[in-house]
Design a binder for this molecule. Structure first.
Ligand code: SF4
Ligand code: SF4
Ligand code: FES
Length: 225
């Protein structure tokens, strides 16, 4: 009989030591340690955006924001729960324009282009570039930018200028969606076959595969198997 001994590592969560098995996620380590309540948890698959954390490494690697259900433990890693409070969304407006967006979110012009939101995003969304697209009226592109947004709120959490990027991204998506019925009635041109293919691609497989699909779709702008 072969007995496999799992390597144990020690991490700290909010300053408290936690023993974990090498290769498991921060969430699973906390569950095993009886500390499930330390970090908010939902889907445990990288899609609900509940389990937001910041991470610091013992070596000189740059730490940053992450999702505890995807982040793998490492010896000496320090984890800080940072749950992001929800904010009330602004009602969408059909046929959105930058002016309507500014009225809904006067925070749009506060962006100082620091780039922190883009670095913080676990879904590799070009958040800062999208803010600039909002300002210049490229709202269809903005809607595409935020397709894979899981509303973890980390882009908002790190923004010192309180710009609320993902709330604006969702406002744009909902506003375009609110106009879509009219467009379809006028043109009948929605390519549902393509929409369905993309939807199947984004939702098939296990949680790791779904995340990988979302990231690839984000990077390439199309389905590539
Ligand atoms: S973190 Fe805020 S100020 Fe910095 S680029 Fe993003 S939206 Fe702009
Ligand atoms: S855009 Fe913001 S809210 Fe959406 S996934 Fe990225 S960090 Fe999270
Ligand atoms: S628990 Fe849903 S994203 Fe981590």
């Amino acid at each position: 009989m072969i007995i496999t001994v799992m390597k144990t590592v020690e991490i700290k969560v909010a300053g408290k030591p936690v023993k974990a098995r090498a290769g498991e996620t921060v969430i699973h380590a906390l569950w095993s340690a009886g500390q499930a309540e330390s970090i908010k948890t939902g889907c445990v698959g990288g899609v609900c955006g509940s389990c937001t954390i910041t991470v610091r490494f013992p070596d000189d690697r740059l730490g940053g924001t992450d999702l505890a259900c995807l982040c793998l433990v490492e010896e000496g890693m320090e984890v800080f729960p940072c749950s992001v409070d929800a904010v009330t969304p602004v009602v969408p407006q059909p046929d959105p324009t930058p002016e309507k967006l500014r009225t809904a979110y006067p925070t749009l012009d506060r962006c100082t282009k620091c780039g922190s939101c883009t670095i913080a995003c676990p879904m590799a969304i070009p958040v800062m570039d999208s803010i600039l697209r909002m300002r210049s009226g490229q709202l269809e592109a903005v809607a595409e930018d935020f397709v894979t947004c899981i509303h973890c709120g980390l882009c908002r959490f790190v923004c010192e200028d309180r710009v609320q990027p993902h709330n604006m991204g969702m406002w744009v998506r909902r506003s375009i969606g609110a106009s879509q019925k009219l467009v379809e009635e006028q043109t009948g041109s929605t390519n549902w076959e393509q929409v369905n293919r993309e939807w199947e691609y984004l939702t098939e497989g296990n949680s790791g595969q779904r995340l990988e699909h979302a990231r690839r779709f984000r990077e390439r702008g199309r389905i590539e198997k």
